[in-house]
Ligand binder design. Structure first.
Ligand code: FMN
Length: 152
């Protein structure tokens, strides 16, 4: 079965948020993880100032269906595709939707690979997106190795 990866950046349409941002995020993550579990879609979502950047991975049909859902979500606007391609493996195999809020700039001040997401808000390249998501994928992988070693 062919795996597919889609990654996009989108502007947040604040006018269409009904709840304060932290509540909106909690509610949305709960909902999308439930939908993604059924669809076999995994991925990661980064909140960066006025934008979100999301990577979606799974079988081609479900990933494209999810992109379509996202494109029709009134809370997002000006969606820019960054990656759209078949994938050999999932970067986030165990994450129904990994989430990080990068708006305080702290993580980016520690990790160079995250800086382009903040420094060039108008232009995130495929390579920059891969490096940033690769950073979190590796962090998760290392956590799993530690847990395996400790048998937890
Ligand atoms: C930041 C953001 C990320 C989203 N990610 C996903 C996703 O990973 N999977 C998905 O099915 N829908 C995703 N969506 C789309 C919404 O969850 C979608 O609008 C929702 O499924 C609508 O269904 P509902 O009206 O029945 O709640 C996302 C929406 C936003 C705003």
């Amino acid at each position: 079965m062919e795996l597919y990866r889609a990654c996009y950046r989108s502007k947040i349409n604040w006018g269409n948020m009904r709840l304060p941002l932290p509540d909106e995020i909690d509610k949305t993550l709960l909902r999308i993880r439930r939908i993604n579990r059924k669809a076999g879609v995994t991925g990661a979502l980064l909140l960066v100032d006025q934008h979100i950047i999301q990577v979606l991975e799974g079988l081609t049909g479900p990933v494209l269906d999810t992109v379509y859902c996202v494109m029709n979500d009134p809370r997002l606007e000006a969606i820019e595709g960054i990656i759209h391609e078949p994938a050999d493996f999932r970067l986030f195999p165990n994450s129904l939707m990994f989430f990080r809020d990068l708006t305080d700039g702290l993580a980016a001040s520690k990790h160079d690979v995250l800086r382009p997401l903040l420094d060039h808000p108008a232009d995130v390249t495929r390579e920059e997106a891969y490096r940033a998501f690769g950073h979190f994928a590796q962090e998760l992988q290392e956590g799993r190795l530690t847990n395996d070693m400790l048998m937890i």
